[in-house]
Design a protein. Structure first.
Length: 105
């Protein structure tokens, strides 16, 4: 249950962040509303995950996997470049998230 809530929070945060460029500085109402709904929903699911998991684990996982997914989808959808240094950094972030989750009591 707690990891389902955390995954939901990550997905919603990534969707909200990917909508940011489409809001055109909050001048487009539909992408702006979608972004707000995604962010608010993401924080709601984070609070559910925090009932069962420590804050450090929840935040590290949410932010780390969020960064990884946003970089990946920015590359695939928005055609933004990723240098090899960025790819190595993203791999290290994912490894850090795995370590935090595996070694949490």
């Amino acid at each position: 249950m707690q990891y389902l809530a955390l995954i939901s929070a990550i997905i919603l945060e990534v969707c909200g962040t990917l909508l940011l460029p489409f809001t055109l500085q909050f001048t487009k109402p539909f992408p702006t509303i979608g972004m707000v709904v995604c962010y608010v929903s993401s924080f709601y699911f984070l609070t559910i995950a925090l009932k069962y998991l420590p804050l450090a684990v929840v935040y590290a996982t949410w932010s780390g996997l969020g960064i990884f997914c946003i970089a990946l989808f920015s590359y695939l959808i928005l055609h933004q470049a990723l240098s090899w240094q960025v790819v190595i950094g993203l791999v290290l972030i994912v490894n850090g998230v795995i370590l935090v989750n595996v070694y949490t009591h």
